[in-house]
Ligand binder design. Structure first.
Ligand code: PHB
Length: 397
């Protein structure tokens, strides 16, 4: 051992001894507990009905960073992951794993609204920066809004808000709404009902299936008996594949038109095949959006992952863009909380979905497109609502 190494060693022993006496750990002083890298944690579903959504979000996020040289504000990035299984009962534990155990600087999560509630609780308690790349739970940017919580996707209020008027314009005055029984479905229904009633429609029946069940047969029989003018719904991922196929197989598709928030036909059109033809939805994205940004993004995504991008990939990508912008403005200093928050609040995201800005409650103000499935593609047939902003009910920020 050289003298210099010996001196350093005895200094570390001394500091560790003092720390032990004082009951505290001085290891960070020796520089071995935390690296200089930005620690990014993905809390996403990698199994279950939303598994495909979690993967697309992570892919999109990584693509955005790869396009900036793989760094954030000039700093290298270290990734941590937890599979939240879209299970709300495990949400607090999983959030603690990534936030408290892995000590991430920023958590990117999640897909499921109920799981997001647990994550937000831990993020609020610890002050950890949380970026929500999908989960629409209204409270995240409503009564639980917080300076350190941002959403890059949508609130559950947003996608179905324009849908009611679309259905009335198409002559459907009596509708049935069917969804999974949890906050995302319930809030999508509430918002749909508000808009539909205001436009002169009546929701004659609300039907629920427990999440993530896909036993739709009994309810499809009930819909056939009710004979509404149309059906509106919220389903996504694996459940959306099954619902759209069962709806067609039950012989309903040609008699009772099917509508939904656009998650119904996102990333699943190949699996749905002919059953999805003609389904009309509203969403803040469509594969076929005709702008150069979208075309370049889709080509880069295809090249990187050998598959097609969808709204979830876009949301992950935009989360990466938002974080990169903020770290750039903060000179790579993730601990400069005020600078990061100010940068995110003022962000303009040049997204494949079209340019969007952050609302005061930290939710995207964005356009919603009207789409119709034609030849296996979500064809854009109009803009259902320009610059739609969530009402942020209960947010006092
Ligand atoms: C949600 O639980 O908030 C959720 C899940 C999947 C979607 C949209 C919303 O596609």
């Amino acid at each position: 051992m050289t003298q210099a190494v010996q001196n350093a060693q005895s200094r570390r022993d001394f500091l560790a001894g003092v720390g032990a006496l004082a009951g505290i750990s001085l290891l960070p002083l020796a520089g071995c507990a935390r690296s200089d890298k930005v620690r990014v944690g993905f809390m996403l579903p990698y199994t279950g009905t939303y598994a495909q959504l979690g993967v697309a979000i992570e892919n999109g996020f990584r693509l955005a960073l790869a396009e900036q040289g793989g760094t954030l504000g000039g700093r290298e990035v270290e990734y941590f992951k937890v599979d939240d299984e879209s299970n709300p009962a495990k949400a607090t534990d999983n959030a603690n794993k990534i936030i408290t155990r892995d000590k991430v600087d920023v958590v990117v999560g999640t897909v499921h609204s109920g799981v997001a509630m647990g994550m937000i609780k831990v993020a609020r308690e610890t002050g950890t920066l949380a970026l929500i790349p999908n989960a629409g739970v209204n409270a995240a940017t409503g009564d639980l809004c917080a300076p350190n919580v941002f959403r890059t996707s949508f609130s559950n209020w947003q996608p179905t808000h324009p849908l009611g008027k679309v259905m009335i314009d198409n002559g459907h005055r009596k509708a049935v709404f069917i969804t999974w029984k949890y906050s995302a479905g319930e809030q999508a229904l509430q918002s749909f009902a508000e808009g539909y009633k205001a436009a002169g429609g009546t929701v004659i029946k609300e039907l629920f299936v427990p999440f993530p069940n896909v036993e739709f047969q009994a309810l499809l029989t009930e819909i056939a008996a009710l004979k509404p003018d149309a059906v509106a719904c919220f389903f996504a991922g694996g459940g959306a594949v099954k619902f759209v196929k069962d709806y067609a197989a039950a012989g309903l598709k040609n008699n009772i038109p099917l509508y939904g928030s656009g998650f119904l036909t996102e990333g699943v059109l190949d699996a749905q095949g002919d059953s999805a033809e003609g389904v009309i939805t509203t969403l803040h994205y469509a594969d076929s959006l005709d702008n150069p940004r979208n075309k370049a993004f889709r080509a880069a995504y295809r090249e990187a992952y050998g598959m097609e991008a969808d709204v979830y990939a876009v949301q992950g990508y935009d989360t990466g863009l938002l974080l990169a912008q903020a770290l750039e403005k903060a000179g790579g200093d993730i601990s400069n909380r005020d600078a990061i928050i100010a940068a995110m609040e003022g962000a303009v995201i040049d997204s494949p979905r079209g340019r969007w800005t952050m609302s005061k409650a930290h939710n995207p103000i964005q356009d919603f497109y009207l789409r119709r499935v034609e030849n296996g593609d979500n064809k854009v047939i109009g803009v259902a609502w320009k610059g739609l902003e969530d009402p942020a009910r209960g947010c006092n920020m």
